[in-house]
Design a protein around this ligand. Structure first.
Ligand code: NAP
Ligand code: 1JT
Length: 257
């Protein structure tokens, strides 16, 4: 428990349940006294968030519906955020989507529709969210998104998501240039595999990870809390000089050949 995020208003997008990376980040940020605003997509995610925030003894929580698939939805969510806070100091974008049947087999079988869907939800949404967040980030701040090694390597089965994550990581660099003059940093965290609902929903995810613990330098899986610690560092006053970066929090997996 500390106060690294005291007086900081931070938007967290992408909590679905207690396994969500975004919830791990939110818990850490609550411990550090941040004032959090949440956007949710599914009604089940909203109910989960309501329950968790009661458990965390958060008074008057701010939960806003936001399906990132249209600009109108994002604009509407930000107009509600503006009613709640004058200034935003951070945004955690922890959202991705792709058709499960395209996260297996040959990448060349990816449909046009599936390709665009993955790009839309998993990559373009960061651009639209950043554009809407910028006018509220008048004191500078930090925008963070979540990526995966499949952006940089052709990881078996990650397929269309890998291409969406590559675009996401490139967007981070372009957004970092745009936002630099406003003292807003934009970075991605490339997390190692974590058993969240998204991950478990992928057929053969567990099999994919067989032997992972032998190959990874630290001989174990990364913990959500370790990803959250990096998000905390980036959103706190300790991370202000870092922008356009992709920080691997994966127990070193990305360095081995
Ligand atoms: P998760 O708990 O399932 O989170 C994914 C979130 O995306 C859910 O909250 C989901 O909302 C939301 N979402 C999907 N479509 C949306 C839309 N149209 N509008 C708004 N929100 C939408 O899984 P997670 O593993 O924590 O994923 C979070 C991020 O971490 C993703 O970017 C993922 O690629 C990244 N990541 C995950 C891993 C891993 O191994 N788990 C590794 C590296 C990076 P609903 O559930 O309400 O539909
Ligand atoms: C989505 C899904 C985004 C799973 C995801 C994701 N980002 C990371 N994962 C976990 C994962 C998945 C595969 C993998 C490694 C990690 C599910 C659909 C929604 C978007 O393959 C090596 C396939």
């Amino acid at each position: 428990m500390g106060s690294m995020l005291k007086n900081k208003n931070i938007l967290v997008m992408g909590v679905a349940n207690k396994w969500s990376i975004a919830w791990g980040i939110a818990k850490k940020f609550i411990e550090e006294e941040a004032n959090l605003i949440f956007t949710y997509f599914g009604e089940k995610s909203k109910a989960n968030l309501e329950k968790f925030l009661v458990e965390e003894e958060i008074d008057n929580p701010c939960l806003i519906s936001c399906d990132v698939s249209t600009d109108e939805n994002i604009e509407k969510a930000f107009s509600q955020i503006k009613e709640r806070v004058d200034v935003l100091h951070g945004v955690v974008h922890s959202i991705a989507f792709a058709n499960k049947d395209e996260l297996q087999g040959y990448y060349y079988n990816t449909s046009r529709e599936g390709y665009l869907l993955a790009q839309d939800i998993s990559s373009y949404s960061l651009v639209a969210v950043s554009r809407n967040a910028k006018p509220l980030m008048t004191e500078g701040g930090s925008i963070i998104t979540l990526s995966y090694l499949g952006a940089e390597r052709a990881v078996t089965n990650y397929n269309v998501m890998g291409v969406a994550k590559a675009a996401l990581e490139a967007s981070v660099r372009y957004l970092a240039v745009d936002m630099g003059e406003d003292n807003i940093t934009v970075n991605s965290i490339s997390a190692g595999p974590i058993k969240t609902t998204s991950a478990k929903g992928v057929r053969g995810f567990s099999t994919l990870l067989k032997g992972f613990e032998k190959r990874v330098p630290m001989k174990r899986f990364v913990k959500t809390e370790e990803v959250a610690n990096t998000a905390l560092f980036l959103c706190s006053d300790l991370g202000t000089g870092i922008t356009g970066e992709n920080i691997h929090v994966d127990c070193g997996y990305h360095i081995v050949g």
